[in-house]
Design a protein around this ligand. Structure first.
Ligand code: MIG
Length: 755
């Protein structure tokens, strides 16, 4: 283990620090307001900005006798060695130089306190966030490191690939958001060392901390806007993806594409794992396995199928290999503490790592990405091993598969810059892809707050087990609460052999993942949706087609994430914080209107579903349930619509072309006020799109619906569909068939009346 992570931070040997050195600022970004507390021990850090928060501007504030006020923010009080804000009391602590690990002493410029900490009473609050973690959503009682590490999500493991020093505290219906904007390794201890106390420690000479207040979703939205809005993905990113370690040659890729076609299964992209390269050299293609690459990608493009290659950061050390030679000449690679190239072992054996913390190396990488994608027709890039992970150093295994923390990244040490490695790599990759004039699509394993500006995240090497499928629910919810709305777990499981039952369940759940990709490891049983033959293939097709029906809704939620920073998946307690049962972690809301209760356990045919207060409509059967209630639901994917919700759906067509749906069908759940909306655009590129809106009302007898179409494109039909109602006695634009009421919204309005 890395000495740093294995070190029990000696909280009891810390000294309480006087807060006179603490700088308080009120800041604003895109309408979000927060207090910023900045403690620095080196004058140069006073000008510090970021790494996650960029472009926040100071707000005018008043400070009298330690009381700070700024418009739109609850006041903050600083005094008696404490900071008080919205019911929270923080104190500041420092670990004296001599008490710290030699490594920290070495790398912290001899400041008096190379490790700083905040402490606060946990109170009766719930704690959420901290990104990708195992063990569920609730963080209380645990301790969590922020140190990017190539560690698969297994029970009890921490940290994992992505660092996220971002926490949400929820008490009643009031939330506080905390963002520790420091890339140095940090620890959030939420009642582990002491049951009543929260401790945030960072191995850094400065501590930069943001706090904001609001409802849970306001705070999440605020944290996301502070760290940057999620990029708007192209439509195809939300379709179905097929991956394997590895589809190792042209033949294998063609077979997959043909099988999807033959079985009438939708497919957006085939992913190329490390075997596409020549000798594991990034930005190369094996001439033996892919002799006709351009022809292959053009042929697939004709079928609406894209290719996404893996690009790892480790660059092979080899004379005559352009990326290595050119990179070396331009000084882009990480250096060791003696200023020599840092060489380590990863797939290509001897490799070096670009220093993405600097502008020059990012520009170099962006250029490689642009060329590689352009020449070969790649639609996106998949970044793996970007913690960065190293398998061997100096003939031995490196602790935690990490590079030495003393390695140099320009002015910074790897200790400081490590957690930002994937963020810098994604930024560079984004620039490279953006140069092609399309919306960049990147998938990353590692990250830091802000990663959502550039990339989707997947949760790494899970296994083909029901437990791993179930774990993906709180993991994705937590990523969403931590500002990363676009995420997915490997559907079917990466390691171990999938069974058809597991794959089917996971494919239904995956149909709701913000990112939907089936992936499996070298040597495991094949698990494409057709791999198990009938009747499985047909059942998988149903799940995949459901995903495609849902695309207008998913795409609209993606737009909402982009515009407002709200996650696609939301825990029930975001809306019902006063309900105990809303804290369960095996259900979630997709947007605001659709509640999902996936079947997550082996052999389970029926499950219990908690429905919060209000009226709910079974999405499939159309029956009405009055909440709060515990329902027994049957598979394959229990879903409920909230009263008044109107969810835009379409007919499943693939390959996807544009996010303009000539045929739209809103699934409507009756309620006094009905609201739905759909966002449409080209699904690609940068031309503006439009929100169209459905509004209506139901008073128990009369249902009126109006559709305002702002899309500007021709429609073949816009319908609203209501399940579980009796035939109406009167109406306009209505059709009734087998318990389903259809209202034709083509003319703009329709109504139905019952006696
Ligand atoms: O150590 O590229 O998480 O998705 O297939 C294995 C091979 C390296 C780890 C990734 C996985 C990928 C695999 N990679």
């Amino acid at each position: 283990m890395n000495a740093l992570l294995n070190w029990d931070i000696p909280f009891d040997r810390m000294e309480r620090l006087d807060l006179s050195g603490m700088e308080v600022q009120a800041v604003e970004k895109e309408g979000v307001r927060a207090w910023r507390l900045l403690f620095t021990q080196r004058p140069r850090d006073r000008a510090k900005a970021g790494p996650a928060v960029q472009g926040a501007r100071p707000l005018p504030m008043e400070a009298t006798e330690g009381l700070y006020r700024a418009e739109g923010l609850p006041p903050l009080a600083l005094g008696e060695g404490r900071v008080r804000f919205g019911g929270l009391t923080l104190s500041l602590w420092g670990l004296p130089h001599l008490e710290a690990l030699p490594l920290l002493r070495l790398l912290s410029d001899g400041v008096p306190y190379p490790l700083l900490a905040l402490r606060f009473p946990l109170g009766a609050a719930h704690y959420y966030g901290l990104g990708e973690r195992t063990g569920g959503l609730a963080r209380r009682g645990g301790r969590f490191w922020n140190f990017t590490m190539d560690q698969p999500p297994r029970p009890g493991r921490d940290p994992l690939y992505l660092a996220s020093p971002l926490l949400v505290r929820l008490e009643g219906d009031e939330a506080l958001g905390f963002l520790l904007d420091e890339s140095h390794p940090s620890l959030f201890d939420l009642g582990h060392a002491h049951p009543a106390e929260g401790r945030v420690a960072v191995a850094s000479p400065h501590l930069d901390f943001y706090v904001l207040a609001g409802s849970l979703l306001e705070v999440v939205r605020g944290l996301t806007l502070l760290t940057g809005r999620p990029a708007m993905p192209p439509l195809w990113a939300l379709g179905y993806h097929q991956c394997r370690y590895s589809y190792a040659d042209s033949q294998a890729v063609r077979e997959v594409v043909e099988a999807f076609k033959a079985h009438d299964l939708p497919l957006e992209a085939v992913w190329l794992d490390i075997h596409h390269m020549e000798g594991y050299k990034v930005f190369t293609l094996s001439p033996h396995r892919f002799p006709d690459f351009r022809a292959l990608s053009e042929e697939l493009a004709g079928e609406g199928v894209r290719l996404v290659p893996i690009v790892d950061p480790g660059v092979k050390v080899e004379e005559g290999y352009r990326v290595f030679e050119e990179g070396k000449r331009r000084g882009v690679f990480l250096l060791d503490d003696r200023d020599e190239l840092l060489v380590g072992g990863v797939w290509p054996r001897r490799a070096v790592w670009p220093d993405f913390s600097r502008e020059g190396p990012r520009a170099f990488w962006a250029e490689e990405v642009r060329r590689f994608a352009e020449e070969n027709g790649f639609a996106g890039i998949w970044n793996d091993m970007n913690e960065p992970a190293v398998l061997e150093l100096g003939g031995a295994e490196s602790p935690d598969k990490a590079l030495p923390l003393t390695a140099r990244q320009g002015e910074k040490s790897h200790l400081e810059a490590r957690n930002l490695y994937a963020l810098g790599m994604a930024e560079a990759t984004y620039q490279g892809l953006a140069a092609l004039g399309r919306r960049p699509f990147i998938l990353t394993r590692s990250g830091f707050p802000g990663i959502q500006r550039y990339a989707f995240v997947w949760t790494g090497d899970n296994e083909s087990r029901h437990e791993d499928m179930a774990l993906s629910v709180p993991m994705l919810l937590s990523l969403g609460l931590s500002g990363v709305p676009f995420a997915g777990a490997d559907v079917g499981g990466f390691g171990q052999d999938a069974t058809p039952e597991l794959l089917l369940r996971w494919t239904w759940l995956g149909a709701l993942y913000p990112f939907f990709r089936n992936h499996s490891a070298l040597g495991t049983r094949r698990q494409e949706p057709y791999a198990f033959g009938e009747p499985w293939t047909s059942r998988m097709r149903e799940a995949l087609r459901f995903r495609y029906r849902l695309l207008p809704y998913l795409y609209s939620l993606a737009r909402e994430a982009h515009e407002e920073g709200l996650p696609l998946w939301r825990p029930l307690f975001a809306y019902w914080p006063g309900e105990m049962a809303a804290f369960r972690e095996d259900e979630f809301l997709l947007g605001e209107g659709l509640l999902a209760a996936p079947l997550l356990h082996q052999g389970e045919g029926v499950r219990e579903v908690y429905l919060p207060p209000g009226t709910w409509w079974d999405f499939w059967a159309g029956c009405r349930v009055a909440g709060p209630a515990l329902e027994q639901a049957l598979g394959p994917l229990p879903l409920y619509l909230k009263e008044g919700a109107a969810i835009p759906l379409t007919e499943p067509t693939y390959p996807t072309r544009t996010a303009r749906w000539p045929r739209l069908g809103f699934r409507v759940a009756l309620g006094p006020a009905i609201r739905g909306r759909v966002y449409e655009d080209e699904g690609e590129g940068f031309a503006p799109g439009a929100w169209s809106e459905l509004k209506g009302a139901f008073d128990g007898k009369r249902l009126v619906l109006a559709f305002e179409d702002r899309s500007g494109h021709p429609r073949e039909g816009v319908w609203a569909e209501v399940l579980g109602v009796a035939p109406p006695v009167k109406g306009q634009g209505v059709l009734y068939r087998e318990g389903r009421l259809l209202l034709d919204l083509g003319p703009g309005e329709a109504f139905a009346e019952w006696a």
